[in-house]
Design a protein around this ligand. Structure first.
Ligand code: HAM
Length: 420
């Protein structure tokens, strides 16, 4: 019979390596907790218009990559391609912005983009993200960036760099875009690039083709045309990062795949990953909340790629996460012994001890082999004869030492061996 495969571009994380997945997600989230970000759990799908309006119609994410479908009530819904728009929707809907500001939220989970799958580029991707909403303070920009940096470092990563720029805001970007457009239209660009220059001229600066790079080498850069207030903001972000010891390089040609960014914008790039080198990115989005019908509040956040962080760890040869091994392995021999052993296992689990059992009646030899393979520290053995005497065999699997203990003492005895 034909078997099934996971959909194209959708990774599975299974044992033993799935512990690394959890360790990455927890490691990245922990830094946000330490800085006072509270968890928000959001829907996997939303109204399609939320992403069209929030992320931007001209982006690849919205125009080419969304998983959009009509539900049975004929509403157009979309599997979330990113987290920021959903967070803003929830903040506005539940009035979270009416309390103390900034609202600091963190989230994690799967996101969906219909991209061409390749190493490190998936159709279901996993992120850990934060959003800090309602205060336009450069110190908050630096906090958000430093959380991401601390998250990567806490996992042991070192082979990445933080790229930083400012994309300006309403007070300076429109003029700059015009200037850039004029510059680009004077170049002998091909038709497709010309269209891109019309829709979003900044994207042309990110073109990787050498001939386009060469032509745009002298293009005007946003960083050199910031208004006084955005320039001051950017200088302050840098000052805070310097004080925190967070290293960065300025990349004035950075182009993000989402349209909502203003001012501070950043990306974490890992050298060991080939083409899909962005392990995380984010920035300010000061106009987004108003655009989604909320008050005019600023915001800044990031999304860190869990899948790519795992690949980066592999590239650096770093193992994270403890295998979820049991501490105790129970070997019952016979039906009555099994019924009794199950209750002993439950009592041990009740004490927070990780316990597994030999299922499937494979005899003493086979069951002891399973106990050894399980990596447990202690094996418990119970036969029909032990049932009559009320005793259990307790074997320390590292020393080979074995003792018979009264059934009522078994939890204490196991704890003794484990804490030896
Ligand atoms: P983004 O740059 O689109 O930003 O995604 C963030 C991270 O998710 C990327 O740096 C990358 O590590 C990972 N990622 C994105 N697409 C894929 C993919 N197809 N396969 C594997 N990993 C991927 C955002 O999503 C923004 N919402 C971040 C943000 C939050 N900005 C402000 N607040």
């Amino acid at each position: 019979m034909a078997t099934f495969s996971a959909p194209k571009g959708v990774p599975d994380y299974y044992p033993p390596d799935s512990v690394a997945f959890l360790a990455v997600r927890e490691g990245l989230t922990r830094q946000a907790r330490l800085a006072g970000y509270s968890h928000i759990e959001l829907p996997i799908f939303e109204d399609t218009a939320l992403f069209a309006r929030g992320v931007g119609e001209s982006t690849d994410v919205v125009s080419k990559e969304m998983y959009t479908f009509a539900d049975r009530g004929d509403r157009s819904v979309t599997l979330r391609p990113e987290g920021t728009a959903g967070v803003m929707r929830a903040v506005i809907e539940h009035g979270l912005d009416r309390g103390q500001l900034p609202v600091k939220l963190s989230y994690g989970g799967p996101f969906f983009r219909y991209e061409r799958p390749q190493a490190g580029r998936y159709r279901q991707l996993q992120q850990v993200g934060v959003e800090a909403i309602g205060v336009d303070d450069p110190a908050l920009d630096a906090e958000v960036i430093a959380i991401a940096d601390a998250g990567f470092r806490s996992l042991g990563l070192t082979g990445y760099r933080l790229e930083l720029t400012s994309l300006g805001d309403d007070t300076c970007r429109p003029q700059y875009r015009e200037m850039l457009r004029e510059f680009l239209f004077a170049l002998p660009l091909d038709d497709a690039t010309r269209v891109r220059a019309e829709v979003n001229p900044l994207r042309v600066l990110d073109d990787k083709r050498p001939e386009v790079r060469e032509m745009t080498a002298d293009a005007p850069l946003m960083l050199n045309h910031l208004s006084d207030s955005t320039a001051t903001h950017f200088a302050s972000v840098r000052r805070h990062l310097d004080a925190l010891g967070v290293a960065y390089v300025i990349n004035p040609r950075m182009v993000r795949g989402l349209d909502y960014y203003t001012k501070t914008t950043f990306e974490f790039v890992h050298d060991g990953l080939g083409a899909q080198s962005g392990i995380g990115g984010g920035g300010r989005y000061d106009g987004l909340m108003a655009q989604l019908g909320g008050q005019s509040l600023s915001g800044i956040g990031f999304g860190l790629g869990v899948d790519r962080t795992l690949l980066a760890l592999q590239a650096e040869g770093i193992a994270v996460g403890q295998p979820s091994r049991c501490e105790v392995f129970c070997v019952p021999l016979g039906e009555d012994a099994k019924v009794r052993m199950v209750t002993i296992a439950a009592a041990l689990r009740g004490e927070g001890i990780r316990v597994d059992l030999a299922y499937g009646d494979r005899g003493l030899k086979g069951a002891m082999k399973a106990a050894d393979r399980s990596g447990a520290r202690v094996a418990l053995m119970l036969g029909e004869r032990d049932l009559a005497t009320g005793r259990v065999g307790v074997k320390d699997l590292t020393t080979g030492e074995q003792r018979e203990v009264a059934m009522v003492d078994v939890v204490d005895e196991v704890q003794n061996v484990l804490h030896d």
